[in-house]
Design a protein around this ligand. Sequence first.
Ligand code: FES
Length: 248
Amino acid sequence: MPEIVTITTVVNETPTVKTFVFDKLFAFRPGQFCMVWIPGVDEIPMAFSAANSITVMKVGDATEALFSLKAGDKLGIRGPFGNGFSPSGKVLAIGGGIGVTPLFTLAASGEVDTFILEAITREELVFADDLAKVSDINIATDDGTFGFHGFVTGSLDQIDVVSYDTICGCGPETMMQGICDRLVANGIENRGQCSMHRDMQCAVGVCGSCCIDDHGLRVCKDGPVFTGDLIKTGEFAHYHRGPSGRKE
Ligand code: FES
């Protein structure tokens, strides 16, 4: 059963991203996720952005409903679930869009040396100022309005990726595929740790809705963080299954 929490603060991070702070603390490891129940609407997986908050991009019906909530409104939280990141040695984190959230918690815990942050444009950069306080940050914007003009993969090509012991990524799968391609080219895909997102129902490894082809791994239980050598084959970056199980 979800734990019912009360929203205490809503922070407008960007035009499409909000942080919802609530009145209870959850002990989680960076990269673990929770199931957020929006009463009367849906229950969806979300990364924690702190022990008492989630940071959300408006991308569909459930998040649109979430965006209408304000301080004093209720949410249900189940979790934390999943494995989270396992950083060791010198750590590079690469976050695109709202995928920055689980990596932000990793950086906030002092475990990231270098951070590559990507957004489509300057005003959509999330947590950039806070990340600059805890890591060496490289920023890329798709439209060139701030930092490197282009995708994170272009920014990644400018640094010595082999010098890092752990490379953590979260964002669109095409972005993570680009990261994995570079790790494979250098023979270090086993150093990659990518966080995946899939449709989830139970979140505890029972229903099978989050299984990935052709490994049969459950994103909620075996992931959501997988090493690059595991996800360089299979459905990763090619397709996913929607709520009905149909390929999308
Ligand atoms: S959501 Fe049910 S097995 Fe993963």
